[in-house]
Ligand binder design. Structure first.
Ligand code: HEM
Length: 412
């Protein structure tokens, strides 16, 4: 995407970055259906869990007509098409588990998926922008934006836990909206030396970060660790650095060489990337490289926002220069809350991945009940790895600990 044109005198604003005033990075009012021509896609996409369960998804997709993507015009049509085609792709690749994957995605799926991806600037795989940002509807359109009133448009195997996983993540995105809205105030306040405005905006940001951690706590209410670990996780996995798909995936009709893409992960959410750039959190080489690569899995306008925040004069230096107590405290509180959010996230990952992984190893040779059966059959190749293909705990703890380096040297 071309760089967003900025007039250096114009105040910094979110207008050109596809960020909604009420919903932040969440796609407002996603479409629930595509034009009738695309019925063959939607008929399958809406049945992915059931067709995977009956081992029929691959044959349904193989028989699907080759449709042209050219009748998709609006952004929201393209987003729903990407969501539908990416869910079908995950089901197609992983239908038979980690030991019977495919090397080729058939052209009737691969070609339109590729074209839609090119037009959106997204990779041809299921991303956070699909499963979370563009995958919701309200049951009662006038009702609240909460767990009771929200539903997914497209699902993956895992039943209620899939719903819980994507919708809780959506609520984390929603909780971050006041923080996002405050970013221009911070940037512009630094630009014109308005200490008080910056302090107030940082206070809003820290409150919003606390609300994000609270929203993340809902994960344990709405998602079962055994289902997440034993069933869902493989359908979020990609074909990069994945021993189950060492060669990657050939997108038939697109190019003959296989391509590699990471799986869906909230590391692809633009939120923490924005906060890191704003607060001056720097990541060391390896984890930094992974996080930077994840930016290619975001809608291009959101990636551009992160980039443009990184180009602004340093907030941290401004806070140090001003030596204003309220401002310094507000800044420190933001770093503290970001640290708390990352620590709580590590806790979640431990509950949903590390603990079930240990149990799976232990149970593999023992008799089991249903829950244990689910855990023990979980893909072994994913045990030590995140869905994005990183060594999970080392990576997350490094990223968390680097957040601490953003603290100002002396605190009161
Ligand atoms: C059951 C819930 C969750 C699990 C099991 C989980 C798991 C993981 C894993 C394994 C990683 C390592 C990178 C990768 O493999 O892709 C990761 C990274 C990350 N996750 Fe989650 N995650 C969960 C929910 C969330 C939610 C709701 C958010 C909030 C938007 C989030 C935000 C992040 C971020 C920002 C990273 C990158 C590391 C960082 O910046 O600290 N995760 N997650």
């Amino acid at each position: 995407m071309a760089a967003v044109e900025t007039d250096s005198k114009a105040p910094f604003s979110l207008d050109s970055y596809h960020v909604s005033e009420e919903l932040g990075f969440i796609l407002p009012e996603p479409l629930k259906d595509l034009p009738p021509y695309y019925k063959p896609w939607m008929d399958i996409a809406l049945r992915v869990p059931e067709l995977v369960q009956s081992h029929e998804l691959r044959s349904h997709i193989n028989q699907m007509p080759m449709l042209s993507s050219k009748f998709l015009q609006k952004h929201r049509e393209l987003r729903l098409a990407h969501l539908a085609l990416s869910a079908m792709t995950m089901g197609y690749v992983w239908q038979e588990g980690e030991n019977d994957t495919v090397e080729t995605l058939p052209c009737n799926l691969a070609v339109p998926f590729w074209e839609v991806s090119q037009r959106l600037g997204l990779p041809p795989i299921f991303t956070h922008a699909d499963g979370v940002l563009a995958n919701w509807r309200k049951r009662d359109p006038e009702g609240p934006f909460d767990m009771e009133n929200l539903e997914l448009l497209v699902s993956l195997p895992g039943g209620d836990s899939v719903r819980g996983f994507f919708l809780v993540t959506l609520l984390v995105e929603l909780a971050a909206v006041p923080a996002l809205r405050s970013i221009p105030t911070v940037v512009n306040g630094v630009g014109c030396g308005d200490t008080e405005a910056v302090a107030r905006a940082l206070e809003n940001i820290s409150q919003s970060m606390e609300d994000m951690t609270d929203a993340l706590k809902l994960m344990q209410v709405h998602v079962e660790p055994a289902v997440f670990y034993g069933i869902m996780r493989i359908y979020l996995s990609g074909w990069k650095d994945n021993p189950s798909m060492p060669k990657g995936l050939v997108y038939e009709g697109v190019q003959t060489e296989a391509m590699e893409y990471s799986g869906g992960s909230a590391a692809q959410s633009s939120l923490l990337h924005c906060f890191d750039e704003l607060l001056g959190v720097k990541h060391e080489e390896k984890s930094g490289a992974f996080l930077t690569r994840m930016r290619n899995y975001m809608p291009p306008a959101h990636k551009q926002l992160i980039q443009d925040i990184s180009l602004q004069p340093s907030l941290r230096s401004f806070v140090q220069q001003q030596a204003d107590e309220r401002l310094s405290q507000a800044f420190q509180l933001c770093v503290t809350r970001l640290l708390t959010l990352r620590s709580y996230h590590i806790n979640v990952v431990s509950r949903f991945i590390t603990v079930p992984a240990a149990r799976a190893r232990q149970l593999r040779d023992q008799s089991r009940d249903l829950e244990e059966e689910m855990i023990s059959r979980a893909p072994t190749a994913l045990e030590e790895r995140g869905t994005g293909g990183s060594g999970i705990m080392t990576f997350l703890k490094t990223v968390r600990d680097q957040t601490k380096d953003a603290f100002l040297p002396e605190t009161n």
